[in-house]
Design a protein around this ligand. Structure first.
Ligand code: PLP
Length: 370
């Protein structure tokens, strides 16, 4: 057995399940007796095709993706999707964006290059710590889509329920940037037209972007859309119009199999993952709220299970906190520079024991510096 590695709280690229890394190491020189590393395989060969198809089947199974949705394995990250999406879906017309933090703000800004953007709601006034009520959203009559970021990685704000746009009077499909909580909980596809996510948090390495979209939304791309980013073309070529990020796709497949193997009491797969994520988040928020020494400023109904920003009430101790945490085997806890303080990202791969180790350290630190 290898010695225990430190717990890594990075927001992304983030910790991966150790079993996945070990499997990748075992496969490195020769994948399943093929004599080739996955890194060396043609994306058109039968070996890689089998890896690719299995990964897609497993993801479809984990997230219960309906048959009339395509799963695209793309590149460019969620940042590129901020442009690729309006190029593919806006037809140059009206769109609605809900701004709930840095990431949705960036999405709205980028979309303005390609279409008209109505900011239907924003929580800027409360520094992105509350979610605007669905009922307050000022949706357009004729939007091509409504865009939200369902988990704001920097501000730690999560939509625990997605809006039912039809009940809000909109006929538009909902688009979610779910980069930082995909595969941490189920997705209600009856409310979603497009979901996209960079892989480097819950899915695998950077370099792969997942786009899951309803088939009727294909075929609307603006003529300027680069062919490699045209959803219809990518779908028609099973995500192999250009050479896909093969190694990232393979590693994502290992993560999907890991998710499927998870057990928590009676629960298995994604249900087990979600139960564990709830327990982890409850443990950390519960401690922070009761500590008197630390605080989290996000509204109780929209606190992220994945990204937990927190502050030491006496910020003079910040540097000591980070240095001592690192020495205790708790890595990458520094908050995003736009928010400050600390942030613990506790994605699927973070075990409950890792969150417990963080809480134990925080208690001890508070006792010594309180
Ligand atoms: N959207 C969200 C919610 C994110 O957390 C991130 C990344 O950290 C991005 C978009 C940007 O993703 P990328 O850097 O992969 O383009």
């Amino acid at each position: 057995t290898t010695p225990q590695r430190p717990y890594n709280f990075s927001a992304g690229p983030a910790a991966l399940p150790e079993e996945v890394l070990q499997q990748a190491a075992a496969d490195m020189l020769s994948w399943q007796g093929s004599g080739m590393s996955v890194l060396e395989m043609s994306h058109r060969g039968k070996e890689f095709i089998s890896i690719a198809e299995q990964a897609e089947t497993d993801l479809r199974d984990i997230l219960s993706v309906p048959a009339n949705y395509k799963i695209l394995f793309m590149q460019g990250g969620a940042i590129a999707e901020n442009a690729i999406l309006p190029m593919n879906l806006s037809e140059g017309g009206q769109t609605d964006y809900v701004v709930t933090g840095s990431w949705s703000q960036k999405s709205a800004k980028e979309a303005r290059k390609y279409c008209q953007v109505n900011v239907a709601a924003t929580n800027e006034a409360d520094k992105h710590t509350r979610l605007p009520n669905f009922g307050s959203w000022q949706l357009s009559d004729d939007a091509a889509y409504v865009h939200v970021c369902s988990n704001e990685t920097i501000h730690g704000v999560e939509m625990h329920e997605l809006p039912d746009l039809a009940s809000l009077g909109s006929k538009a499909p909902l688009v979610i940037d779910c980069s930082s909580h995909i595969a941490s909980r189920p997705i209600d596809w009856s409310r979603v037209g497009v979901a996209y996510a960079g892989a480097q948090k819950n899915i695998g390495p950077a370099g792969l972007t997942l786009v899951i979209l309803r088939e009727d939304l294909l075929g609307r791309a603006l003529p300027i859309t680069p062919s490699g980013f045209d959803y219809q073309i990518v779908a028609d070529h099973e995500s192999m119009y250009n050479t896909p990020p093969t190694y990232a796709w393979y590693l994502a497949g290992l993560v999907f199999q890991w998710i499927k193997r998870q057990q928590e009491g009676e629960l298995s797969g994604l249900a087990a993952i979600e139960a564990r994520n709830i327990a982890k988040a409850d443990l950390l928020y519960g401690y922070i709220d009761g500590s008197g020494f630390y605080e989290n400023r996000v509204g109780a109904d929209c606190r992220s299970r994945m990204n937990i920003p927190f502050f030491l009430k006496n910020e003079a101790h910040n540097d000591a906190f980070l240095a001592q945490a690192k020495a205790a085997g708790l890595l990458q806890l520094k908050g995003h520079k736009s928010v400050g303080g600390m942030r613990a990202s506790i994605y699927n791969a973070m075990p409950l024991a890792g969150v417990q180790a963080l809480v134990d350290f925080m208690k001890d630190f508070a006792q010594r510096h309180g």
